[in-house]
Design a protein around this ligand. Sequence first.
Ligand SMILES: O=C(O)CCC(=O)C(=O)O
Length: 276
Amino acid sequence: MNASAPLPVPDYAAPAKLKPTRLLTPEQIAFFNQNGYLAVDNVMPLDEIPMVRKIYDRLFNEDRSKTEGDLYNLTGQKQQGKKEDVAQILQPGKYAPALLETQLVANLKAMMVQLLGPGTHMVGDHAINKPPRNTAATPWHQDEAYWNPAKEYRGLSIWVPLQPATKLNGCMYFVPGSHNQEVVPHQPIGDNPLTPGLEVVPGSFDLSKAVACELPAGGATFHLERTLHYTPRNQSDDYRRAYIAVGTLFERPRATPRKFPWQERQAAARAAAAKS
Ligand SMILES: O=C(O)CCC(=O)C(=O)O
């Protein structure tokens, strides 16, 4: 393979070679179905955390020249030579296939099936890394606001912190029951269409019932495609690392078309910036 050829996307859906060592309880599954989210204290062997962290940190540092094409500043415009305030790598498994061979991923694949049913498979992963004392939260959003408005989905994300996740360093917050809503109006973060991230238009949803999910390292939160969620900025002196696995039961054309004007604004702004 030529050194600059794009790396192939791994077969995320491939059955795990390892048998799951942890599964969800019927009570946890019932909680997820009712609330649209779930927090679990431990989804992986604790002795695997240092290895996963090492791979993770390498992707954002030593291997940055390889991951650059999939590395974004989620909450702002990427600037040459400037570190991201909220750094995101799409498909880290493409750059570090060893991640997909871990007991962690084997466990998450089994848990996805428990939550959404047979046929559910992993479709991708991402990594969101908040540097110490960063200035940006990941604002309130629904994941489906990022996806194709011509399709309907049943999907979930599993968010795994590689150090304890707290209110201070940026744990996940959810609005219980918000998975039952339609996709609410979103806009690019800060209303800047060159920002890749999205936020709920301020005032368009009642966030007063939000709950924080603090977790030990190697725990996880689970949420559906419409569950409203957010993480605050990292006020600690360490990185706040999260590995995220995405699973799908189905994605199919919608009977009624919809438009996500926020995506159209972003596409138009990106095209104009590429021309100038
Ligand atoms: O890690 C974060 O800051 C946000 C994570 C998130 O939005 C997600 O996993 O869907």
